[in-house]
Design a binder for this molecule. Structure first.
Ligand SMILES: NC(=O)c1ccc[n+]([C@@H]2O[C@H](COP(=O)([O-])OP(=O)(O)OC[C@H]3O[C@@H](n4cnc5c(N)ncnc54)[C@H](OP(=O)(O)O)[C@@H]3O)[C@@H](O)[C@H]2O)c1
Length: 235
């Protein structure tokens, strides 16, 4: 039996990933920073629920203790993420971005990934087939950001793509340090969720596909890579 934790799984891509992995036979913990939102999602899906705010050491430590007491963890999906918005709802570009905005985004998207992974490492190391999926973004690709012929080229934001580029580097470093684990970064594609006020062009079913696929990797699967649904993408 495979036990999986998905952070920020009370809605959006994390919620859909939970639904799919439950159908594939995983025991799934919905991580939710809000107990009531998490409880409702877990009830809807038939999943377990753990309160987990990725920006809070005590919350993450308590979640790790609960899951350890229940028997451990095989798959960690670092999915919780935010995109900073200006007061008028726009994306903060180079003229608007401040250190405080950067810090808020990094606290969730980057330090959150490290906080959660660090707390769950001892559990993952006891698994026979440990897997970590870091939900990154295509906007993290430096190659694409510098190429006028790619769709993300015109995206003006600073904090969000920088945070996901950091997630990519964290992924590579963890993958090298823990060769017994499959550790990969994924780009779900532009998906209609609350993150982008549902402007995304894909459904959550489509967006969750690569997250689910990488969560189900066996010990012979790739590690230290960056993938979308069609395969490896440039860093
Ligand atoms: N949608 C896209 O087009 C797209 C594309 C590429 C990558 N992604 C990535 O996919 C992941 C999921 O995003 P989504 O599109 O599904 O957005 P979403 O619907 O807004 O879901 C984000 C989830 O993260 C949770 N979250 C935020 N801050 C948290 C914290 N401090 N602790 C715990 N959970 C927290 C949210 O919980 P609350 O309900 O409590 O706010 C929510 O459950 C993110 O990492 C995002 O960057 C999305």
């Amino acid at each position: 039996m495979t036990t999986t934790l998905i952070t920020g799984a009370n809605k959006g891509l994390g919620h859909e990933t939970a639904r799919r992995l439950l159908a594939a036979g995983h025991t799934v913990y919905i991580g939710s920073r809000d107990a009531e939102r998490g409880r409702r999602a877990a009830e809807r899906l038939g999943a377990r629920m753990v309160v987990l705010d990725v920006t809070d050491d005590a919350s993450v430590a308590a979640a790790a203790k609960t899951i350890e007491a229940d028997g451990g963890l095989d798959v960690l999906i670092n999915n919780a993420g935010i995109e900073e918005r200006t007061p008028d709802g726009g994306v903060a570009g180079p003229a608007e971005i401040t250190a405080d905005m950067m810090r808020r985004v990094f606290d969730t998207n980057v330090f959150g990934v490290v906080r959660v992974t660090h707390a769950f490492l001892p559990l993952l190391q006891r698994s026979a087939a440990p897997v970590v999926v870091n939900v990154s973004s295509g906007l993290a690709s430096l190659t694409r950001a510098a190429d006028p012929d790619t769709p993300g080229f015109g995206y003006p934001g600073v904090a969000y793509p920088a945070s996901k580029a950091a997630v990519n580097m964290i992924t590579v470093q963890y993958a090298k340090a823990f060769p017994n684990m499959r550790v990969n970064a994924v780009e779900p594609g532009y998906t209609a969720t609350d993150l982008n006020q549902h402007s995304g062009t894909q459904t959550v079913e489509e967006g969750a596909e690569i997250i689910v696929r990488m969560a189900r990797l066996g010990p012979d699967g790739p590690t230290g890579g960056y993938f979308d649904v069609d395969g490896p993408i440039p860093w």
